[in-house]
Design a protein around this ligand. Structure first.
Ligand SMILES: Cc1cc2nc3c(=O)[nH]c(=O)nc-3n(C[C@H](O)[C@H](O)[C@H](O)COP(=O)(O)OP(=O)(O)OC[C@H]3O[C@@H](n4cnc5c(N)ncnc54)[C@H](O)[C@@H]3O)c2cc1C
Length: 379
């Protein structure tokens, strides 16, 4: 590492964690950000994200979540800021469905921090939710809400505090490797680095066209709903409802409204956030309104606010964390597929350790780096 220079392109959710980790490990690192750390135009906006230990899709991520949790506490201590509120979250699933079976297996592994409720018990304990007859609930007592903009900002500020530089409001236009060196063009100049980490979220395919084969860029909507007249949502918990009726939601920090979102089939395909339509039509809103109507007896079904965000998905829905297909000194972190926030501190550490040639803190997480074959699966 001695004398080597590193650049991180994009200091959003993942890039801010990467630059903090590199700075912590003593690297000479510069970050470039199109806007400013903590902005809301990419994947990190909307004030809340779900943190959960329960894993219904890929149970092999359980040790990863544990490590992310530990790094989160470290960042909170270092930054002096509260970045999460872990008051519990519900996972709702149809009895016997494959994702519910996975969730129950994860609950088993989590032990006393996960409590399983039958349909009848769940309806009694969580009357804010109108569950289908075949649905059960699992309470993940150590899950809860992440404050995403604040987290990105805290990691970026902590990196700068440790000696990193962040060049804000600057778009990196071109990345090329020539021999061992990587050149990037930014602000009408060329800068040369030994290693470049790209964490450009939904902009990745525009910046690195070779990555487009692995990624699908989507516009995601969030809708915020107030209680209906005379109703209350006091004490409502964040939730995730598993397939086949996937949706998720979190109360706002003041507890007065509920933010809701739906799954991949409802996300608009876009080329890039730069050119994506930002107008949200009534047709666009309908799937989220249907969740408010069907699952929440106490919510008004017309949102008080709706907002668009952008995310890149891989075809397998597992992140691409690997070197660029043709540039061996460019490491790409992309395709977090609608679930990258909760593990972002770990992904930052993994990227930093990999480019520094160090062992991973969680050896079982090696599978994340062996992911190339999954990313190459056809659309
Ligand atoms: C609506 C929504 C809800 C979600 N809910 C959850 C949840 O509850 N739990 C969870 O774990 N995950 C959730 N996710 C997923 C999670 O938020 C994303 O996986 C994660 O934020 C992706 O991070 P990223 O770093 O790839 O992208 P971003 O955070 O968007 O960061 C990319 C950054 O790169 C910058 N950039 C791009 N191009 C350039 C360039 N050329 N030069 C310089 N800078 C550039 C951008 O400005 C941006 O800051 C959700 C996502 C969305 C959109």
């Amino acid at each position: 590492m001695h004398g080597q220079k590193f650049a991180v392109i994009g200091t959003g959710t993942i890039g801010a964690q990467v630059i903090w980790q590199l700075a912590k490990k003593g690297a000479d690192v510069t970050g470039y950000e199109l806007y400013s750390p903590g902005h809301s135009r990419g994947a990190a906006g909307g004030e809340t994200r779900l943190f959960r230990h329960m894993e219904a899709e890929h149970v092999e991520y359980l040790p990863v979540i544990g490590r992310a949790d530990a790094i989160w506490k470290e960042l909170e201590k270092e930054s002096g800021r509260t970045l999460r509120n872990l008051n519990g979250a519900l996972m709702i699933g149809s009895e016997g469905s494959p994702s519910t079976e996975n969730a129950l297996a994860a609950a088993d592994r989590l032990g006393s921090s996960a409590k399983v409720f039958t349909h009848k018990e769940a309806q009694k304990r969580f009357p804010q939710y109108a569950l289908n007859d075949d649905e059960i609930a699992i309470l993940d007592t150590s899950a809860g809400t992440i404050f995403p903009e604040r987290t990105v900002r805290a990691a970026a500020d902590a990196a700068v505090e440790r000696g990193a530089r962040i060049v804000r409001e600057s778009r990196v236009g071109d990345i090329r490797q020539d021999g061992d060196k990587v050149s990037i063009s930014v602000n009408n100049e060329t800068a040369i680095y030994d290693r470049v980490i790209v964490a450009a979220g939904a902009w990745t395919s525009s910046l690195l066209p070779d990555m487009a084969q692995f990624l699908a860029t989507r516009r995601l909507l969030s809708g915020w709903f107030l209680p209906a007249a005379g109703k209350t949502i006091d004490g409502i918990l964040p939730y995730m409802r598993l397939d086949p009726n996937y949706s998720y939601g979190l109360p706002t920090a003041d507890g007065l409204a509920m933010k809701l979102g739906v799954g991949f089939p409802h996300h608009l395909p876009v080329t890039s956030p730069d050119t994506a339509p930002m107008r949200i039509s009534d047709v666009d809103l309908e799937p989220i309104r249907a969740v408010a109507r069907d699952l929440f007896p106490n919510l008004d079904d017309y949102p008080m606010r709706a907002q668009a965000y952008f995310e890149a998905y891989t075809h397998s829905r597992r992140e691409y964390m690997n070197f660029h297909p043709t540039m061996s000194n460019v490491f790409v972190c992309a395709g977090f597929s609608g679930k990258g926030f909760k593990n972002s501190p770990f992904f930052g550490e993994l990227a930093a350790d990999t480019v520094l040639g160090r062992n991973l803190s969680v050896p079982e997480a090696q599978f994340i780096l062996d992911f190339e074959h999954v990313a190459k699966a056809p659309v």
